[in-house]
Design a protein around this ligand. Structure first.
Ligand SMILES: NC(=O)c1ccc[n+]([C@@H]2O[C@H](COP(=O)([O-])OP(=O)(O)OC[C@H]3O[C@@H](n4cnc5c(N)ncnc54)[C@H](O)[C@@H]3O)[C@@H](O)[C@H]2O)c1
Length: 418
């Protein structure tokens, strides 16, 4: 480890240590890993957003005895300061930089697979997909892994249904302590962190269109409302549409919503949410941003085709001047706005998400991975959720009641009446 570091790596250390200081759950788990060494002799390949909170997870796994390699799961979300600090100070091999070309992105994922990982941690399923598609040489050694996000789980389930997935993948996303807080409160807050940082525009009094009222969309709508916006939701699921209406928002088709939208924020995990069908109806000056995993929700080829001029107007904001003179603005090239233009989820949120990651990995390793767990998408056991919740409560200084013996037996008795 070098003692004199360049200022970029030094700032990365500060960011990582700041995050760790506010990640009480992860620190408790790291201390436990340091003592028990559950990952001794194991290689772990990770593809996650390379930023300070991810560093805390990677370092905890390293402290548990694993050899770890890390790449980014998104070409635009890397914090170069953190990547430099991991490489130069913490001895954790990291292959990532902000603004990777597609070629660099896949080269970095390949570097992770070159390690010959026993286990993988993925966010969006690109690493697992690569291993099954072009890097079949890595497959025999991979015993299992964990997936972070909704889009990755959708892809893994499709792979599994086709009989293509060759090892078990823990469904971290659907653990309660992950999506209830990360997707909702994390995306809710950090989407506006990114959006406001990129544009410096006021949210209050504006029409904010939120596409998708899933976990992320609910959080984005809630925060837009809190900031004083008029919130409009678009959905395809009738139940979610009613939920959005009863939560107090307007609900309408995207084609109608775009004509009054000051901001359009997509969070569906689906493709072509805003494309040639709606572009002609966008208001002059509308700002478009995406919080879903891939940059295909706002369909850039259609924006480019409709534009006479495409130019950067601020850091991270591209202006598209359309044939009739209107200009619309795309933030972060349509990539995850909260990571590409902001700092990602708040630290305390990722503390819970990554605690689920860390304990799920330990659970799978202790089971022996694919030797005893069937290939497919594996539900995180309830005891992991409960354990993370209890440690989190401790870090918050909150105690709660517990059921008395009488209440426990009441809860399992069906013979009592009024
Ligand atoms: N930005 C982040 O940091 C972050 C964090 C977590 C998840 N994600 C990603 O965000 C996306 C959404 O995740 P989620 O957990 O909210 O998923 P979810 O499944 O809970 O919600 C998605 C919603 O989008 C709706 N939808 C689908 N197609 C639509 C369409 N054409 N128009 C309108 N609505 C449509 C669905 O009905 C659903 O209600 C995923 O890609 C996920 O990976 C991003």
């Amino acid at each position: 480890m070098s003692t004199v570091l360049d200022p970029i790596a030094q700032e990365g250390i500060h960011r990582i240590e700041w995050a760790r200081r506010h990640m009480g759950v992860m620190e408790a788990i790291r201390a436990e890993f340091e003592k028990d060494k559950p990952f001794s002799g194991i290689k772990v390949g990770m593809a996650l957003h390379v930023e300070a909170k991810t560093a805390a997870l990677a370092l905890a796994i390293q402290a548990g005895g694993a050899e770890v390699r890390l790449a980014s799961c998104n070409p635009d979300s890397t914090d170069d300061r953190v990547a430099a600090a991991l490489n130069l100070h913490y001895g954790l091999e990291t292959f990532a930089k902000k603004g990777e070309t597609t070629e660099e992105y896949y080269r970095n994922l390949n570097n992770v697979l070159d390690l010959g990982p026993d286990y993988v941690i993925d966010d969006g399923c690109d690493l697992v997909f690569l291993a099954h598609q072009d890097r079949k040489d890595a497959l025999p050694n991979i015993k299992g892994g964990c997936e972070e996000t909704t889009t990755g789980i959708v892809r893994l389930k499709a792979m599994s249904a086709d009989g293509a997935l060759t090892f078990p993948m823990m469904d971290v996303n659907d653990a309660k302590m992950k999506h209830l807080f990360d997707n909702r409160y994390g995306t809710g807050q950090s989407t506006f962190d990114g959006l406001m940082h990129a544009t410096n525009l006021l949210i209050a009094g504006k029409n904010v269109v939120v596409a998708g009222y899933g976990w992320c969309g609910r959080g984005i709508a809630m925060r837009a409302n809190g900031l004083g916006a008029n919130v409009i939701v678009t959905e395809v699921d009738p139940v979610k549409a009613i939920e959005a209406r009863l939560d107090g928002y307007q609900v309408m088709p995207m084609e109608e919503a775009v004509s009054i939208a000051d901001f359009v924020l997509t969070a569906t995990g689906m493709t072509k949410i805003l494309d040639a069908r709606q572009i002609p109806r966008l208001k002059d000056g509308a700002v478009l941003a995406n919080a879903g995993h891939f940059d295909n929700e706002i369909w850039k080829p259609d924006l480019e085709a409709a534009a006479t001029k495409v130019e950067p107007v601020r850091e991270g904001v591209t202006g598209y001047t359309l044939k009739d003179g209107r200009t619309v603005y795309l933030v972060a090239s349509g990539r995850l706005v909260n990571l590409a233009s902001g700092q990602g989820h708040p630290v305390e949120i990722m503390d819970m998400s990554f605690a689920i990651q860390a304990l799920s990995l330990r659970w799978l390793v202790e089971k022996g991975g694919k030797a005893s767990v069937e290939a497919g998408v594996i539900t995180v056991p309830d005891e992991i959720d409960e354990r993370v919740a209890r440690i989190k409560l401790q870090t918050l200084g909150i105690t709660i009641d517990s059921l008395s013996a009488e209440q426990v037996s009441y809860g399992s008795e069906w013979r009592h009446g009024t």
